[in-house]
Design a binder for this molecule. Structure first.
Ligand code: FAD
Length: 413
């Protein structure tokens, strides 16, 4: 029998490293595994890049996805600093850089996403920063320490975290976003408004309902002009206006791509030799009955693990309830579910105090929830959303009803 040409994983980050780990340790796969990454670092975790690593309270070694010795111990070949530049799925070969070629039996595309660029005059001035990788975080951390006035463009998760970090460093901070509240598309008016209060209380100049028209300056940033005509002084601008999935390689290889590499519920793409996982994948989610692309740490872990199962010939359906966490001003926010289209929100607890929780209901069924400084609650909230049963709003709102008791009871048999 011909030797197994093995698995090539393109993207040496969270989803990719998880897949390598699960292939070796969960599925005892003994064929060759090569992890290809265009960055020069061992796979690392990104969440701290906008939190502790940005603030200098976390060391580089604490970012590792896996123990550095894992790769040698488990015979996983690392090809770092080597972008995959072409993929021939029928010939089952991938090119790295200009002239290195690798053969594979199956390939996992885990190329993640990159920041969407700001498209206004002055966006290329010195002092305009983006944040995606470790080097970005190191540059931004140094720039924040030297800055007096930062303008953060975009009040999504990333923008909110950078604003909180900037305030922790004592930098005057303005956040500009055209929507009416921070994280408006996730939290809506009312709960987004509570988050706005938190930023205001920490001294952020929050300009919601206003966009950025231009970044002003001669060589480097001096100010930001908004659509409403404000001129906000700035010696540093951080852009957090969302990400674009890195689909070019997959698209050029002929895979079906539509706002992400399209996959089925087992993360299989439109070619039998290729899977996709993590931020780049838009997988057909059985729970939501539509393709979804989720840019969360947890999703990359779930996808990496599930992709390994499919690669090992034991496909499992990926139907998890999405989960996101964030840290701002020392508080941990955890969100489960997809951003709800429903406007019915039930809350428990006091805004600003530990344990505060919001539930989004769609026709009486909890479809998403946010909880603040509530260790252990997110698992119950995930179970509640996963169950898909209607819930009594009075019990949801009652802090005396333990979270665990909100889950529908399994009838005794
Ligand atoms: C600053 C920041 C903070 C975050 N904070 C949180 C948080 O608090 N909570 C949370 O739930 N999520 C958070 N996230 C999101 C989470 O980190 C991502 O969802 C996760 O990193 C996705 O993992 P991934 O492996 O799919 O993609 P990525 O981590 O993007 O990795 C993809 C890798 O593939 C590489 N690559 C791309 N193209 C090629 C190519 N052609 N050849 C070789 N390599 C290639 C990329 O350079 C990258 O190294 C944060 C993300 C960022 C950037």
């Amino acid at each position: 029998m011909a030797a197994d040409p093995g698995v090539v994983i393109i993207g040496a980050s969270l989803a990719g490293a998880q897949a390598a780990r699960a292939l070796r340790l969960d599925h005892c796969y003994d064929g060759p595994i090569t992890l290809v990454g265009d960055e020069n670092h061992l796979p690392y975790q990104r969440p701290a890049l906008s939190k502790g690593y940005l603030l200098g309270t976390i060391e580089p070694g604490e970012l590792d996805v896996l123990e550095p010795r894992f790769y040698a111990d488990q015979d996983v070949t690392l090809a770092l600093g080597a972008p995959a530049t072409a993929l021939d799925l029928d010939a089952r070969r991938v090119r790295l850089g200009r002239n290195v070629e690798l053969a594979f039996g199956q390939v996992l595309i885990a190329t993640g996403a990159r920041p969407r660029r700001l498209r206004v005059p002055g966006a290329d001035l010195d002092g305009v920063h983006y944040l995606r990788d470790r080097d970005d975080s190191e540059r931004l951390g140094a720039a924040l320490r030297a800055a007096s006035d930062v303008v953060v463009i975009g009040a999504g998760w990333l923008g909110c975290e950078v604003a909180a970090a900037a305030r922790a460093l004592g930098v005057r901070t303005t956040v500009v976003d055209p929507l009416p509240a921070p994280l408006y598309h996730v939290l809506g008016d009312r709960i987004g408004g509570l988050l706005a209060r938190r930023h205001l209380d920490h001294g952020v100049n929050l300009l919601t309902g206003d966009g950025v028209e231009a970044v002003l300056g001669t060589r480097s940033v001096e100010a930001v002009r908004t659509v409403a005509g404000r001129r906000v002084p700035a010696d540093l601008v951080v852009v957090g206006v969302g990400v674009t999935p890195n689909t070019e390689l997959a698209e050029a290889a002929g895979l079906r791509v539509d706002g992400g590499v399209l996959t089925d519920g087992h993360l299989r793409t439109s070619h039998p030799a290729a899977l996709a996982a993590g931020d780049v994948a838009r997988h057909r989610h059985p729970r939501y009955l539509k393709p979804v692309r989720i840019e969360h740490w947890d999703n990359a872990v779930v996808h990496g693990t599930a992709a390994a199962a499919t690669l090992a010939g034991r496909p499992t359906v990926v139907d998890h309830v999405p989960y996101f966490f964030s840290t701002q001003y020392g508080s941990t926010l955890e969100y489960v579910g997809l951003p709800a289209t429903s406007d019915r929100v039930v809350t428990r607890g006091v805004p600003g105090e530990p344990g505060f929780t919001a539930f989004w209901l769609d026709r009486g069924i909890p479809v998403a929830a946010l909880t603040v400084d509530n260790p252990g609650a997110a698992g119950h909230l995930r179970g509640l959303v996963a169950a898909g049963h209607s819930a009594d709003p009075r019990r949801l709102a009652d802090p005396d009803v333990p979270m665990a008791d909100l889950l529908p009871r399994v009838p005794a048999s």
